[in-house]
Ligand binder design. Sequence first.
Ligand SMILES: [Zn+2]
Length: 263
Amino acid sequence: MFIENKQGDLIYMTSTVLPARHAFLTRFGGVSEGIFASLNLSSSRGDDPERVRENYRRAAALMGAEIDDCAVTKQVHGNVVRIVTRADRHPALSKVPYEADGIVTAEKGLPIFCFTADCVPALLLDPENRVAGAVHCGWRSSVADILRVALEQMERLGARRESVRAALGPAIGACCFETDGDVPAAVEAYLGGDTEGLWTRKDNGKYLVDLRLANKRRLLQLGLAEEHIDLSEECTFCSHGKYWSHRYTKGNRGSQAACIVLE
Ligand SMILES: [Zn+2]
């Protein structure tokens, strides 16, 4: 179950399946203005860098860390998942020296962040073996099987699939994720045909696809326990006042983060 939390001006969601400090941030609680109001965490879309820095400082503080002591994804809609350590701590707003749509860690006190605005943010945690992951699951990364890669990387750090928990956060829902036939075809290939209930075909020939549910289906195939998987019910497009939605804003938007830290 997803729960709404408030700390100062920050409003963020947490999942009851993840027994670790974590957050799915919203648009609320930052200092950016105009189309970036207010908690924009993207420094590459035209927002004032000093405002983004303050937003990022607040997000890091929520994870109990200083602004330059976090690790982040560098998202390219691929399926690379990088194991990060303290050596990968990222000076805020600087260029990230690797490409990875997902990052995983066993390092205590190192918050890891991924960023979305309609795509599915997945936070992963093995609470027994102390391994965490943050994964950006757009449809291209999803069908490139990034969640399988993330689980394999977590296993290299000692995680065991039967104890891994997964929370799939606020993302564009099946109500609003309209696509051409290429997305259902790719999802069908990725799931080996196990696609019942994952899309509907509209009269105009387009499809409405449930990408969050597709990713849940994949996690079940990969061996996660159903009770260890939690899905947000919020649609970023419908709730565009609370979350950044790339489609609603036609690309004129900020980004929200999902983040987790081992303590
Ligand atoms: Zn919607």
